[in-house]
Design a protein around this ligand. Sequence first.
Ligand code: NAP
Length: 480
Amino acid sequence: MQREKYLNYIAGEWVSGGEFSENINPSDVSEVIADYVRADREQTKQAIDAASSAVSAWANFGVQARSELLDKVGNELLIQKESIGMLLAREEGKTLPEGIGEVTRAGHIFKFFAGEVLRQTGDLLPSVRPGIDVEIVREPMGVVGIISPWNFPAAIPAWKIAPALAYGNCVVFKPADLVPGTAHAIAKIIVDAGAPAGVFNFVMGRGSVVGDEIVTNPKVDAITFTGSVETGQSVAQAAISRMAKFQLEMGGKNPLVVLDDADLNNAVECAINGAYFSTGQRCTASSRLIITNGIYDQFLTALVERLDNLNIGNAIHPDTHIGPVVDKNQFNQNLFFIEEAKKEGAQLAYGGEILKRETEGFYLQPALFTETNNDMRINREEVFGPVASIIRAKNYEEALSIANDTAFGLSSGICTASLKHATHFRRQSQAGMVMVNLPTAGVDYHVPFGGRKGSSYGSREQGRYAAEFYTSVKTNYIGC
Ligand code: NAP
């Protein structure tokens, strides 16, 4: 039987091309989900040209129609959350509940920005010069290029596309080549909801071709990127060289501090959820567990016991807690860091083995290291897999200092019953998002998301703060 072929959407048409990628299920590598076309540079240019030509039409589309379109997309995502969630679980390896949860979140994001379309405001104030008014308004940037990673194929595209359209921009969206299926399903919903030709363009393909064209093309006014630090740096350099606006969300090495007075069960749940759920493939994953002396032994025993009760398996099986690693490259990267940690003297307290399941897939037993220090590679570089390490700390002060001693600053967490320490940590943690008695991963869709230091660059994503990136401020002076 011939496999289904999925196309790009450029200038109001579904468009084929010369090359297709096979979308492979990491839970069962014998299953090719479907074939997805890869755009070439010329097609990417056509998508950018189409977006550029549609900017003024989209601005004139009117806020009522724009809001209704986004609301329709949100509703449709919620209606289709099971089937798209299943596709997400099959192509990315998240468990089915995680996949459905992510699509639900994408639906909520579109509905949130449907409301924001109608809540755009400006300021009107008197000039310091008599008889003159000053009006401050936000205008669309124009063409927004969106480049997303593979680990959140529904939520990240949603939190970039929805505000881009809400604030009046036209979009050229490139999803990760590894997981085009969920992105394609979202694109189809946007097209079917009635986005006018050119307003929304969807170009699957390689980063080195489609991504590079988006970043370097002078008609792209703003670039929003989520991915690795390495790619982020190259995006930044290209954007700066032509003075384009850009925003980067990148990696993390997020600390979860557990103090002696923490609720042990909650601390263990925070660590399990933050470090290992979604196969540890979250930029907000708690990969450094910083545990103070008084609770260390109890915490370690309870964490290992809890790890031992997790089922690692096919993402769509109902009893699976943790699905496979996304692909061979990522799998090998995890194994490399596990070996590297051992070489540096870390003790493998649990897991780290390759697992065999009924179907051939990238199954890895979640790994936990002890006897690690914050200078080891395992604690300095992002592994991006189900691998966490414990760092022992004498007391709160030392734990805080270790938590902040990193090149990253996306999220951080503390488990404690002490208001004093929780408050101090909230104020002193050098991260963009701080969690108290909660996992470092897991965020709301209506509030700002982003980090500090090497994790992020530019203004925040999500919630009303998204307006900062997707609009340009204009100050009008009106004399009598
Ligand atoms: P990646 O390899 O950097 O890829 C990200 C995107 O950039 C992909 O769409 C990729 O295309 C594209 N790309 C590659 N080369 C490019 C180029 N030269 N010009 C323009 N675009 C290019 O990252 P990933 O492996 O997909 O994602 C994992 C990383 O994302 C992790 O580091 C994780 O921490 C980070 N992340 C951060 C956040 C956050 O909000 N802070 C959220 C999620 C993930 P291809 O499809 O060809 O690869």
